[in-house]
Design a protein around this ligand. Structure first.
Ligand SMILES: Nc1ncnc2c1ncn2[C@@H]1O[C@H](COP(=O)(O)OP(=O)(O)O)[C@@H](O)[C@H]1O
Ligand SMILES: [Mg+2]
Length: 257
């Protein structure tokens, strides 16, 4: 038995000769939406790749549901900044592709799940479109829907909105948060954007510059509640928390501003 659905136990990572991740202990509760916030190059992607099984810790270990994290498998769904969809499959086909290993689901159940996640992420009207005919924002929606439909235990998102324009990005943040409210999923979302972190997170884990070390953990849902809307973004509590986090990061990076 343990507390924490996903646990980092004394995890470090070196790419000789560089220490990328300092000794890190972290515990993440089931269905928590956790944002890893830190400056570019601090080691966020490396942390995420280790959770996904694409890299292994130099020392320490990562446990998911009390089992050692190993090679990538469908328990961990990953969404990256640039999504490679299959151009010969429609949007619906791409989402269905995420379920190709789900032998436990009948064809009709798979079709239902495709419809459900198309609706959840606002893509109903684009089911029969091909990826090269839709926007980058929509392609990221497809990636998210595909990963949710696959039914992985944990969602790993590495700056998935990084390449999108501000308005599209904001819209997808609202939708992702709405999905979390309706179908909570253990999620690690990586970003260097403070506002994105505050808007999306149940909890923010702030990392230092390389080698990544935890500087602070912030209970955002305790401060702002779980229900996030565009109005919240313009509210005083949001602004205050955003400023607090900014100060923390400036202080950490030694920036006197
Ligand atoms: N496979 C690798 N080999 C050597 N160095 C790496 C490798 N992957 C990442 N790094 C280095 O680790 C540091 C952290 O990288 P990364 O985890 O991508 O940071 P972030 O995602 O926070 O921007 C960088 O200095 C990067 O150059
Ligand atoms: Mg990165």
């Amino acid at each position: 038995m343990s507390d924490g659905y996903l646990r980092f136990e004394s995890v470090t990572k070196r790419f000789e000769p560089i220490q990328v991740v300092a000794e890190t202990d972290l515990s993440i509760a089931r269905n928590d939406f956790v944002v890893f916030l830190g400056p570019s190059g601090c080691g966020k992607t490396t942390l995420m790749r280790m959770v996904g099984g694409l890299d292994t810790p130099t020392s320490g270990r990562i446990l998911l549901d009390d089992r050692l994290v190993g090679a990538p498998d469908r328990r961990r769904g990953m969404v990256f900044q640039s999504y490679s969809s299959f151009p010969w499959l429609t949007v619906a086909g791409n989402i269905a592709f995420g379920m190709r290993y789900r032998d436990d689901l009948r064809a009709a159940e798979k079709a239902e799940r495709v419809d459900h996640y198309l609706g959840l992420i606002g893509l109903e009207a684009f089911a029969d479109h091909y990826p090269n005919r839709i926007s980058g924002g929509m392609r990221q929606r497809v990636a998210i829907a595909r990963t949710l439909a696959a039914g992985s235990d944990i969602l790993l998102m590495d700056e998935p909105f990084g390449a999108l324009d501000a308005l599209t990005r904001e819209r997808l943040q609202v939708e992702l948060r709405r999905v979390q409210l309706h179908e909570a999923k253990t999620t690690i979302f990586v970003t260097h954007d403070v506002e994105e972190a505050v808007f999306l997170a149940d909890r923010i884990v702030v990392f230092s510059q390389r080698p990544a070390r935890i500087v602070a953990e912030i209970d955002v849902t305790g401060r702002l509640g779980a229900d996030r809307s565009l109005d919240l973004r313009e509210s005083r509590p949001f602004f205050e928390l955003r400023n607090e986090v900014l100060h923390l990061i400036r202080h950490e990076s030694g920036d006197p501003a």
